[in-house]
Design a protein around this ligand. Sequence first.
Ligand SMILES: Cc1cc2nc3c(=O)[nH]c(=O)nc-3n(C[C@H](O)[C@H](O)[C@H](O)COP(=O)(O)O)c2cc1C
Length: 170
Amino acid sequence: MRVAIYFGTTSGSTLHVAEMIRDALQPMSVDLLDVATLDNAHSMTDYDLLIWGAPTWGYGDLQDDWEDFIDHLDDVDLSGLPVALFGLGDQYGYGEVFVDAMRILHDKAQARGARILGYWPIDEHYDFEHSLAVIDDHFCGLALDEDNQSEFTDARVATWCRQLQAVVFP
Ligand SMILES: Cc1cc2nc3c(=O)[nH]c(=O)nc-3n(C[C@H](O)[C@H](O)[C@H](O)COP(=O)(O)O)c2cc1C
């Protein structure tokens, strides 16, 4: 099973979480790819499971490197490919647009025919007003808040990765 995490980061937190997810998915071997270093998305079809990670910047916007990269996804056939998402945000500072960028990636993955995994329940610790990343009472991927709730990140990552592995290896 070949797994890759494609991530973008502006201040480093999403890379940190990508490394946590890679470690939590052991013994699966996981490649980490920073979308800032890529000028196309062709490598995506080399993998059996894709994980896309993005923080939300601006006001509900995609992080800059993802913004530059996202159109490359129109050049690859993701039909049936499993894609799981994780997103970082700040629910106290940006509680009306918490992790909105995850929804942008979700909709792109869906439009490209991917099979989206890793929907995530909204547990009682989250404290935000609104998020476009919520679909049918679930986040459309793992929502993390390193700014305010980093103490939950380890457990959230561990649980999400276990759930992902259970789906990928039923
Ligand atoms: C100027 C600025 C704008 C931000 N906009 C949002 C936002 O719209 N929604 C959100 O949930 N978080 C927002 N955040 C929080 C970041 O997503 C959060 O700090 C994230 O962990 C950064 O990830 P990175 O270090 O990988 O770039 C913003 C942070 C800053 C400094």
